[in-house]
Design a binder for this molecule. Structure first.
Ligand code: SAM
Length: 221
């Protein structure tokens, strides 16, 4: 049977949209195979810098890691003597199961970040390599602003997948993931401001040849 040109085009379109997998399914498997630990090692230098920026001036603080994976950043934050409460949220059940196995002292919940709200607002929300996986990152930022943070609270976000980091553009294809929103630094900054955040800053951590660095965005409620 001969395929017409528009049939082939439709098949390619179908594959690119429907055969890809949702992020939490992919990362659930990473938790099972141990790839989560390799990912954590890769993120660690940028996250250490983010924690310095976010926690440096805090007295006592409560903390949520949004998209916490196996919970390694929750455990890092909880080591600060000023930390009164550290909490992790992730949509991949295997990630949350692993976090709970590794750490009985802090709390973890398995939930979709787009829907979930904490029972009480916190001082610091951290998120590394997560929010571009959401259907509507702008709505999520609004949600954090209004329902997750105390007045004066701080949001800090790290992103490796963004417009200026050209090497990251192939990741949706390489990792076979359905939702990955590619946006520029300027667009992310604008989105933070539109959500209501004040003193919004952005910087790129660890830039080197062919790597634009981790884009770190910070804003205050
Ligand atoms: C690239 S991993 C980063 C994990 C962790 N922040 C780290 O640095 O190791 C992205 C994480 O976001 C979670 N995630 C993606 N979309 C989500 C959603 N809609 N709700 C909750 N978690 C989500 C995935 O399950 C995964 O653990």
């Amino acid at each position: 049977m001969l395929w017409r040109r528009h049939d082939l085009y439709s098949i390619r379109l179908y594959n690119s949209f429907f055969m890809k997998r949702i992020p939490t399914d992919v990362f659930g498997e990473w938790a099972e195979s141990g790839r989560d630990e390799k990912m954590a090692k890769g993120h660690e230098p940028a996250v250490n810098h983010m924690l310095d920026l976010a926690i440096g001036d805090q007295k006592q603080f409560s903390f949520i890691d949004a998209g916490c994976g196996n919970g390694w950043v929750v455990r890092q934050a909880a080591k600060y003597p000023e930390c009164v409460n550290a909490f992790g949220v992730d949509g991949a059940k295997q990630m949350v199961d692993k976090a709970r196995r590794l750490d009985a002292a802090n709390s973890y919940v398995c939930a979709d970040l787009s829907q979930w709200k904490p029972n009480s607002a916190v001082d610091v929300v951290h998120s590394m390599e997560v929010i571009y996986y959401l259907d509507d990152p702008a709505a999520f930022l609004h949600n954090i602003y209004f329902s997750w943070l105390k007045p004066g609270g701080l949001l800090i976000v790290g992103l490796d997948f963004y417009e200026e980091n050209k090497v990251s553009h192939s990741w949706p294809h390489d990792c076979d993931i359905s939702i990955m929103r590619l946006m520029s630094e300027k667009t992310w900054v604008k989105m933070f401001k539109q959500a209501g955040f004040k003193n919004v800053t952005s910087l790129r951590f660890g830039a080197k040849k062919d790597w634009a660095g981790t884009l770190i965005l910070k804003g205050i409620k």
